[in-house]
Write a protein that binds this ligand. Sequence first.
Ligand code: C5P
Length: 219
Amino acid sequence: MIITVDGPAAAGKGTLSSRLAKKYNLAYFDTGMVYRAVGLQLLKGNIDLTDAVAAEKMAHELTFTKMMKLSQDKDFRSAAGGNAASVVSSYPGVRSQLLDMQRNFAKNPVFADGTPAQGVIYDGRDTGTVICPQADIKFFITASSEVRAKRRYDEFVAKGMAADYKQVLADVVARDERDANRKDAPMKPAEDAFIIDTSDMTIEQVYNCAVEIIESKYK
Ligand code: C5P
């Protein structure tokens, strides 16, 4: 079984995906990690984020193992790391270099400890449209920019990271604008996606809604 969860930044894709992965015993690929890995390497190497050629080279050299190692870095999930990821993900050359790595995961999905899995859940804004259009079930999870900014802000606070709500909101809006018209990673639901607007829903309600959709499809 392949499930994709697309949608804008901080809509709740990660929370839903990891819960569904657990329930259905699926490997989980958080595709934002590939861009975070490239962006972080630029940050660490003091390379300007506008250097698309350097970013493409990093993307070309990225392996799954390297990405998992980089994900242990304290800046991987920071606001700066997210911003770097967002910038490098706007380079078509970076996206195309990272396509195979993401697509190949569905052929041989593995859990975090390396054991093989029977299926995969992909989390990322273009997973149902570009990475895995053949997925069995596609979700598009969205919410208002204010709600998404509040959630991301709460995440930073919960992790003990410095955060300013207004800045987080400005970042969310800037990312949405950057993402709005990308041909290679459209911020739009696949035609056959189930759209869930989570603005007024709790995590539990979103999860139950997704489970209901999956179970009704496989009844
Ligand atoms: O989901 P996460 O915040 O880790 O993603 C980091 C950035 O990577 C996003 O802001 C987005 O710009 C980019 N991204 C993307 N396509 C994906 C996943 C993430 O462009 N499939």
